[in-house]
Design a protein around this ligand. Structure first.
Ligand SMILES: [Zn+2]
Length: 205
């Protein structure tokens, strides 16, 4: 792609780094912005800068938060001894949308995937194991996507906490194998949490 302006080329190159945005789409977006009032672009740039520089991760559950403890962890009406283990923040949002879950979350930040070079040490697993070993947790619900990597991750955590008193369960597989949680409709996802099954039973099936 030939550009008449270095500034334009730069903006297009940066924009095309985003997933799903090729050079052509990037060019269309940048040209669109140039046609809009400049305040719109400045607000976008400002929001992006702030989300990068000011956002925090909850020190307890690793959810994205504006404060040290997220809104969910600091809500006294949530059931503290029930923890739903999820892969990422989008899963928290999907499960919150169902309004079926009143416990807390633990965001792992990914799943164990040797193919992608992601091991247990790259995820928020240690802090989860510590939380369980502190004795304040009654039940862990594994709500990972039903993929091989999700299963591997569940099983790894299950092994790490064996010998503790904590109960483990996994969400019912109304979620078709290979589906990502965030695309599951709210009713199905809500039901799959309510109808959760003991984790060990899921291993035998
Ligand atoms: Zn939190």
């Amino acid at each position: 792609m030939e550009f008449s302006s270095k500034l334009l080329e730069n903006a297009v190159n940066e924009m095309s780094q985003l997933p799903g945005i090729g050079k052509r789409t990037a060019l269309r977006l940048v040209l669109h912005m140039l046609r809009q009032p400049d305040s719109q672009t400045f607000q976008l740039a400002d929001a992006l800068t702030k989300v990068r520089s000011e956002i925090k991760f909850c020190k307890s559950c690793h959810n994205i938060s504006d404060k040290e403890l997220c809104e969910i962890c600091s809500n006294p009406n949530r059931q503290e001894d029930l923890i739903c283990v999820v892969e990422d923040i989008r899963d928290v949002m999907a499960i919150e949308n169902t309004s079926s879950f009143k416990g807390l979350y633990h965001v792992l930040g990914g799943k164990i995937s040797p193919m992608d070079g992601i091991g247990p040490q790259d995820l928020n697993i240690d802090s989860l194991v510590q939380k369980v070993k502190s004795g304040h947790v009654k039940e862990l619900i594994f709500a990972m996507s039903p993929t091989m990597e999700g299963d591997t991750t569940n099983f790894y955590i299950f092994r790490q906490i064996q010998g503790t008193e904590v109960a483990t369960s996994t969400i019912a597989r109304g979620v078709a194998a290979g589906n990502e949680l965030e695309y599951t409709d709210e009713i199905t996802l809500g039901r799959s949490i309510i109808d959760r099954v003991p984790f060990e039973a899921s291993l035998k099936s």
